[in-house]
Design a protein around this ligand. Structure first.
Ligand SMILES: [Zn+2]
Length: 398
């Protein structure tokens, strides 16, 4: 409650973030911006540039970035939330707050499938989706934007169900394949109805995640044509390389790589996407909470792995978890650009990393240290309790 009040009182008066050592844009075309200062007004980015060229008069708040890197808050494209900051999957409290300490400021539900006793009848499916949308819209754990209300499609649903879900405020479909619809033609018809009514879709890719779920192979994925090829590197069991390659070649949808997947298949996807000049379609998720647990540093771990083992500059890989996801999923957050929400993560090389800079340390496979997170212009966390300690951290001057 106190934090929500702070949002309102700070918002209008503005905030200057100065002395930024490295400004990561989230934009694959230009991952690093030539600027050291960001001005925030009403929770949004108002100006970006060199401090001496910007008008910073009269702003109420000042943050000295102390030479650290500022990036858009990370977006986790694939989570399974249920109720507030509790997950029944590993019976854990505070997992979303822990992910905020890993730099994640926005999460997208791939289905509230861990709800105990999850309804499978169509009225129940609709009710659960609308409940999840409403509850996460009304309560943001630690300020994190959790976009939830993602129904898992079941046999027997008709276009009217999708129309009424959309009318009820539902904007996402959960992973196709986790319910009773597992064949291409039915999935394609329902994904089409969802799209017609403004709902974005994702599909489970690979072997079953749990007893009772099933294999979804590349033929079903291509036939369904969902907006996101969910965990293309498996969740955890990956498809054969030849099928992953076919998905990269034949689909123009988002290629989602997750932490809770097969690491070798993640690297194969990355190299294939690079070869096909499709890196702009690569987005990142955790698929947490899962059987492998909650992964508060999951997005950072995937960035470090893809950059070091996949031999791609870290500033490029950061775009996969920010601007790429924003573009593929029509989000406002995820870019450092005037008018966008002021959702930021401040990072520096971890203490005693062999890399001298943040980017060099990540190319060597190290995790960064997080010094602060900001959502909608409000400081949400200072030095992370989860990352290795950052060498330098930003300071709130006033
Ligand atoms: Zn899945």
């Amino acid at each position: 409650m106190a934090r929500e009040e702070a949002t309102k009182s700070n918002g209008g008066a503005g905030l200057v973030i100065r002395n930024i050592g490295l400004l990561l844009s989230g934009d694959l075309q230009k991952p690093v911006l030539d600027a050291d200062t960001v001005v925030v007004k009403d929770g949004r980015i108002n100006a970006i540039g060199k401090e001496k060229e910007l008008d910073c008069e009269g702003t109420a708040g000042i943050i000295d970035a102390n030479g650290t890197a500022l990036a858009p808050g990370l977006i986790d494209s694939h989570v399974h939330p249920v109720a507030g900051d509790w997950t029944p999957r590993q019976n854990q409290l505070g997992w979303i707050d822990s992910c905020l300490h890993g730099g994640v400021t926005t999460m997208i539900s791939a289905g509230e499938v861990h709800m105990p006793g999850r309804p499978k009848d169509i009225v129940g499916v609709r009710a659960l989706a609308i409940t999840a949308q409403r509850t996460f819209a009304a309560l943001r754990p630690s300020g994190v934007k959790v976009l939830a209300g993602a129904p898992v499609i079941e046999q027997g649903m008709v276009e009217e169900d999708f129309r009424s879900l959309a009318e009820g405020g539902v904007k996402l479909l959960g992973e196709v394949g986790l319910g009773s619809v597992k064949d291409g033609p039915t999935a394609r018809q329902m994904v089409g109805w969802a799209r017609k009514h403004g709902m974005q879709s994702t599909i489970h890719t690979g072997g079953p995640s749990l007893p009772g779920s099933s294999l979804i192979d590349k033929d079903v994925v291509l036939a369904a044509d969902a907006d996101v090829i969910g965990h293309i590197n498996g969740g955890h069991t990956a498809l054969p390389d030849v099928q992953i390659r076919a998905l990269c070649e034949e689909s123009e949808r988002a290629l989602e790589i997750v932490h809770n997947g097969n690491e070798r298949a993640a690297l194969f996807t990355l190299r294939t996407a690079k070869e096909l000049k499709k890196l702009h379609r690569v987005i990142l998720g955790t698929d947490a909470p899962a059987g492998s647990g909650v992964q508060p540093l999951g997005i950072l771990r995937v960035i470090a792995a893809l950059s070091s083992l996949g031999e791609i500059p870290a500033e490029t890989v950061f775009c996969f978890a920010t601007g790429n996801t924003a573009r593929m999923r029509n989000l406002e957050s995820g870019m450092i650009e005037v008018g966008r929400p002021a959702d930021f993560v401040f990072m520096d090389a971890a203490q005693h990393s062999a890399g001298k800079t943040l980017l060099e340390s990540m190319r060597l496979g190290d995790l960064p240290g997080i010094g602060m997170t900001i959502i909608d212009g409000v400081v949400r966390t200072e030095r992370s309790r989860n990352t290795p300690p950052a060498t330098r951290v930003p300071k709130v001057v006033k």
